[in-house]
Design a protein around this ligand. Structure first.
Ligand SMILES: NC(=O)c1ccc[n+]([C@@H]2O[C@H](COP(=O)([O-])OP(=O)(O)OC[C@H]3O[C@@H](n4cnc5c(N)ncnc54)[C@H](OP(=O)(O)O)[C@@H]3O)[C@@H](O)[C@H]2O)c1
Length: 273
């Protein structure tokens, strides 16, 4: 250890003897929901590149999930696939059973990092939303993480991480997100209270709030005019790439992120500040 000070006085660059290198996730097992494409795929690759064994969850995108697994391996890591439709009743049981089986096949009992990333969004005004659409968005974006966390908590190692992917649309008004933004606001409320609930087990619970990010979900990935207009609302002058978000998640998952809990971490490049 550099000096004999307590941890609270350590500064960047200090090295603690016996601690793993910064960002080292070797020996850790992660589950990333919605990892077949977009931000989830980038998160899976980032965690694998830091040494984690990664469960790549998907729904409709079986081929895309295989591509994620190939990218995970190309990054020097390894992983496994789990399918589950989080819009279906009891989907969390399917997903949890798949994770438990994958762990057992490797002689493991616990995992360490849960990233609730799967999400759905459709541009609609409140007048266009029917009950089925409301229920669909709430189910995937809020109900599924709620029950998945509860179901997986016994399998999550003490000292583990829960990272929920929210959205900066919870702090700025987007008229076309009348169900999506409230679903993410609920996820943030859940994040804060679960940080307290799981704190005694050393488990951190945080939310990452991307801004406009170039994925299938966001028109900025298809429409150059939308991309340009949106970039003008971002302090750093561009829209986000999935890897921008993945690096923030990797930080929270890493040993360096261990003193951060119950936080809503905006990762939007300063959109609509
Ligand atoms: N892109 C943005 O601008 C942006 C901004 C703020 C927040 N976010 C959040 O970031 C997260 C990732 O979004 P993204 O942009 O990467 O979206 P995306 O490219 O549309 O990918 C969505 C992912 O979620 C999975 N998914 C969707 N419906 C599902 C269901 N019913 N059951 C299981 N999995 C399902 C998809 O799996 P399959 O393809 O296999 O079905 C896919 O892997 C979401 O929570 C989103 O709300 C995105």
């Amino acid at each position: 250890m550099a000096g004999s000070e307590t941890v609270g006085t350590l500064i960047a660059g200090d090295v603690i003897a016996g601690e793993p290198p910064k960002g080292d996730l070797s020996g850790k097992v992660a589950l990333v929901t919605g990892a077949s494409r977009g931000i989830g795929r980038a998160i899976a690759v980032a965690l694998a590149a830091r040494g984690a064994l990664v469960g790549v969850h998907y729904n409709a995108g079986a081929d895309a999930a295989q591509e994620t697994l190939a990218a995970v391996r190309a990054a020097g890591g390894d992983g496994f696939l789990i399918a589950a439709d989080l819009g279906a009743p009891q989907a969390w049981d399917t997903l949890a059973d798949g994770l438990a089986a994958a762990l057992a096949a490797r002689g493991l009992e616990r995992f360490h990092i849960l990233v609730n990333n799967a999400g759905v969004s459709r541009r609609m005004l409140i007048e266009e939303v029917d009950e089925a659409e409301f229920d669909r968005v709430l189910q995937v974006n809020l109900k599924a993480p709620f029950f998945l966390i509860r179901r997986l908590a016994p399998l999550l190692a003490d000292g583990g991480r829960i990272i929920n992917i929210s959205s900066m649309s919870t702090r700025a008004a987007f008229a076309f997100s009348p169900v999506y933004a409230p679903s993410k606001a609920g996820l943030e409320a859940l994040t804060r209270l679960l940080a307290v609930h799981y704190g005694p087990r050393g488990i951190t619970v945080n939310a990452v709030l991307p801004g406009a990010t170039a994925t299938d979900m966001n028109p900025v990935s298809r429409d150059p005019k939308a991309r340009e207009a949106t970039a003008k609302t971002v302090a750093l002058g561009r829209v986000g790439e999935p890897e921008d978000i993945a690096r923030v998640v990797a930080f929270l998952a890493s040993p360096d992120g261990g003193w951060v809990t119950g936080q809503m971490l905006d990762a939007s490049g300063g959109q609509r500040l």
